[in-house]
Design a protein around this ligand. Structure first.
Ligand SMILES: *[C@@H]1O[C@H](CO)[C@@H](O)[C@H](O)[C@H]1NC(C)=O
Ligand SMILES: *[C@@H]1O[C@H](CO)[C@@H](O)[C@H](O)[C@H]1NC(C)=O
Ligand SMILES: *[C@@H]1O[C@H](CO)[C@@H](O)[C@H](O)[C@H]1NC(C)=O
Ligand SMILES: *[C@@H]1O[C@H](CO)[C@@H](O)[C@H](O)[C@H]1NC(C)=O
Length: 509
């Protein structure tokens, strides 16, 4: 294993070489990304303590002007000092909400294809900058498409032999072996807390009805498709990748919106509930994968309320469902209160944001200068909103794309937090990368959200970690510096000036 040997040699170098500084990539004097290559990638130094001594707080800042996770320390003042605050935010560690499960991204075929196009050392930098628990983003989640997604190089499922009801021809593909499994395994090695969940875009064509391009699973194949899922779990387990959860399928509403696309399959709420109650649920719980959880829905929250009642109340489906996955694509027209409603009605079911991406690709266009920070800001404010509305995490779409934001089977190029340049053997971390890291790196699994006030100008979220550290995350939306007082009644006040359009994370004991 040449690759493994190379990595062992390089591990030493990586641990020595981490520094905070962004290697800037500028377009017309605007910092649009930080460049990483085989020997350099900005990160948090491994030997920096997680929190300073009692009485002060770490402060990490990124902003539109070009700071990227700039580190400093600020002191608490016991006695309020003369500081005319624009905004005062009060933290209450007694009011506790959901526990956080994690943050991550998706191991799509195209993401793996691009990562694999880099040298082994640069691949390792990329995986570490996401999954390393200290220097990287401390990602702990990975979404794995079951078969092809729209971000694949071709359409396939794991059994394209018509009427193969016994699934004799079921098998993983070259895409799994070359583009998904190696990187998922690498992520798990870098951060053993990493948990995976699988999501199919569609069943094999022969299992589906086709009404003018609108396809559903044929009822006669409900059990076959449940067996197909078991074979997926088994095949990945043989490669030492166990699924924490299994989605009921990516975006069933796409089938209605984009007809004639065999990367989609529709479910009505009633049919999804039937399939879970009579097929997927019983099959999974009586298998050796009974600890894999069923995550239903996996679609834009705009249609969530149509699904919750049938899924959780109809027949026996509710008992099998651990939680719901939601996507961000219709969030502009769909209030986050649907998440509160879902939580209030079914408090024992988790909510997890499982896919977000900006589009279209702007990397090699003049628009990158105006868009890149705004796209980071959009991620940051979305994560904040999902945290304030019961989501246990937030999962990005493709871990990496190329400079065209593709390729994509239906020509729907998108943006990604990391853009790969295979020719130069380097990759570019956009503001979206730092937006996620402001949360993922500092809010470990098991942290609990606590209450903090916020304003329209300065948005806020706060957490306590399992080690009882406090993490406060703020965004200054204004074009002007904001003087902010953070009040923690146990510790005192922190007085800071937040720079215009800035992401801020505070962490203290
Ligand atoms: C890698 O990046 C570092 C920091 O920007 C730079 O000094 C070095 O020359 C780069 N190496 C290559 C091979 O481009
Ligand atoms: C995709 O769907 C078309 C019909 O719409 C079908 O002819 C084709 O075989 C499908 N491709 C795969 C790989 O299932
Ligand atoms: C740039 O942005 C403008 C306005 O948002 C849009 O109309 C235009 O199509 C974009 N151009 C490119 C090349 O993305
Ligand atoms: C900040 O300034 C830019 C132009 O420099 C403007 O487009 C934007 O709307 C302003 N944002 C706020 C929140 O005022």
């Amino acid at each position: 294993m040449e690759y493994t040997k190379t990595l062992l040699l390089l591990t030493f170098l990586f641990n020595k070489g981490i520094a905070n500084d962004c290697a800037p990539y500028r377009v017309e004097n605007v910092l649009v990304a930080c460049v990483c290559n085989a020997t350099y990638c900005d990160g948090i130094p491994e030997n920096r303590p997680e929190v300073p001594k009692i009485g002060s707080s770490h402060w990490y800042q990124s902003n539109r002007d070009g700071l990227r996770l700039k580190w400093s320390e600020v002191n608490f003042n016991k006695i309020p000092q003369d500081f005319s605050a624009d905004v005062t935010l009060a933290i209450n560690t007694e009011n506790k909400y959901q526990r956080i499960f994690g943050f991550g991204g998706a191991f799509s075929d195209v993401a793996g294809y691009h990562i694999a196009s880099l040298s082994p050392a640069t691949q390792e930098q990329l995986m570490r900058t996401y999954y390393h628990p200290r220097t990287g983003s401390r990602y702990t989640l990975g979404r794995i498409p079951i078969g092809s997604s729209d971000f694949s190089l071709r359409r396939y499922t794991y059994d394209d032999t018509p009427n193969d009801v016994l699934l004799k021809d079921f098998s993983l593909t070259q895409e799994d072996i070359r583009y998904k499994i190696p990187f998922a395994k690498r992520a798990h090695l870098i951060n053993p807390e990493t948990r995976f969940f699988g999501a199919a875009w569609t069943a094999p064509e022969w299992m589906k009805s086709d009404n003018g391009g609108l396809s559903f699973l044929k009822q006669e194949y409900y059990q076959t498709y449940a067996n197909y899922m078991m074979k997926f779990l088994d095949s990945y387990a043989r490669h030492d990748i166990r699924m924490w959860a299994l989605s009921t399928g990516n975006e069933p509403s796409d089938a209605y919106m984009f007809k004639n696309r065999n990367t989609t399959m529709g479910w009505t709420p009633k049919a999804m509930a039937n399939w879970i109650a009579n097929n997927l649920g019983p099959t999974l719980t009586s298998s050796r994968f009974r600890h894999t959880q069923i995550m239903a829905f996996d679609d834009d929250r705009s249609t969530l309320s149509k699904f919750t009642k049938p899924m959780f109340m109809q027949e026996n489906s509710g008992q099998y469902i651990a939680g719901v996955g939601v996507h961000w694509y219709q969030d502009d027209v769909s209030s986050a209160t649907v998440l509160d409603q879902t939580h209030n009605d079914y408090p024992e079911k988790f909510i997890l944001m499982t896919e977000a991406s900006n589009g279209p690709s702007v990397w090699n266009t003049p628009n990158v200068t105006s868009e890149s920070w705004l796209r980071g800001e959009k991620y940051f404010l979305s994560i904040m909103q999902y945290m304030r509305h019961w989501s246990i995490g937030w999962v990005d779409w493709n871990l990496a794309l190329d400079q065209t934001g593709g390729p994509n089977l239906v020509d729907l190029h998108r943006d990604a937090a990391i853009i790969v340049n295979a020719e130069k053997d380097e990759f570019y971390k956009q503001p979206m990368y730092y937006a996620i890291k402001h949360f993922s790196r500092f809010v470990p699994r098991g942290s609990q959200r606590i209450s903090i006030t916020d304003t329209d100008t300065v948005k806020a979220t706060a957490f306590v970690t399992p080690l009882r550290e406090t993490v406060v995350v703020l965004y200054n939306r204004a074009n002007t510096t904001q003087r902010v007082v953070l009040q923690d009644f146990r510790r005192g006040n922190i007085q800071v000036e937040l720079s215009p359009q800035s992401m801020n994370t505070f962490k203290y004991k």
